[in-house]
Design a protein around this ligand. Structure first.
Ligand code: ADP
Ligand code: MG
Length: 251
């Protein structure tokens, strides 16, 4: 169990998001502690992606606060490039540039956003590739890699920027089943190295072994949260029980 007295890396406070009349996030409050892996589950349309996108300021929230290391990321004077470097995001689709090598895909942001020299960016990128066990693919082009390897490159690209936290939105959902394990292994390596992570995923087996806390969202709200054991072995709300039985019967 995490130490409650630690200051959170990410603090989401009474966050609301509306699209017109459609109230998609209805007052989400969530603190993510250093080195914690918070796992978010919930039915399609419950607002999981919207929540992550608000945290990365890809969506503007309607009201509420989001603090990174105690500082608001929603204020007027906030530099969004800095926020997005500090709050890394890994998506279902891994948007690598096809005309650039793996190494160049990773060094691009290091040079543009972090103003690293070519040499520094190169070293940093290789280090990040080593963390996802792909240092031997540095000179390959994305289309020579499997989907799982491409996703690991996308993870390396994110970690090379030294984020304070990484948000994963269904990182394995677009992958063939045999490629999922390699990506989950990379995420476990990151966790072991002390990275703070929020993971939206349907990989319940991974949640059981890797998550510190599981959050169940439904209809724009956090309905229940607890240890993986509490959530999976002793769910309290009917909606969570129904959700788990539907996912586990298809999984
Ligand atoms: P999840 O990731 O849990 O499946 P989402 O966050 O993608 O859920 O979506 C939550 C709700 O918000 C859904 O009802 C979806 O239709 C709606 N929604 C998401 N993006 C938009 C948008 N750009 N405009 C209008 N409604 C949206
Ligand atoms: Mg989603």
């Amino acid at each position: 169990m995490s130490d409650d007295r630690q200051a959170p890396i990410l603090s989401i406070q009474d966050l609301h998001k509306q699209y017109g009349e459609h109230h998609v996030l209805k007052g989400i409050s969530l603190d993510v502690l250093p080195e914690e892996l918070v796992f978010i589950i919930g039915p399609s349309g419950s607002g999981k992606s919207t929540l992550l996108r608000c945290c990365n300021v890809l969506e503007t929230s309607t009201s509420g606060r989001i603090l990174l290391d105690g500082k608001s990321i929603l204020g007027k004077g906030v530099n969004l490039n800095t926020v997005r470097q500090q709050i890394g995001m890994v998506f279902q689709h891994f948007n690598l540039y096809p005309h650039m090598t793996v190494l160049d895909n990773i060094t691009l942001a290091l040079r543009k956003v972090k103003k690293k020299s070519k040499q520094q960016a190169h070293e940093k990128a290789l280090l990040a590739l080593r963390q996802v066990s792909l240092e031997d693919k540095a000179d390959a082009y994305p289309d020579a890699l499997s989907g799982g390897q491409q996703q690991r490159v996308a993870i390396a690209r994110t970690i090379a920027l030294d984020p304070k936290i990484i948000l994963f939105d269904e990182p394995t959902s677009a992958l063939d089943p045999e490629l999922v394990g390699g990506v989950l292994d990379a995420m476990r390596t990151l966790k072991a190295a002390g990275m703070t992570m929020v993971v939206v995923s349907h990989e319940m087996g991974f949640a059981r072994v890797a998550a510190d806390r599981v959050i169940f969202m439904d209809n724009g709200a956090i309905v229940e949260q607890g240890s993986p054991q509490a959530i999976f072995e002793a769910p309290r709300h009917e909606r969570l029980k129904t959700f788990l039985s539907s996912v586990l019967s298809h999984g």
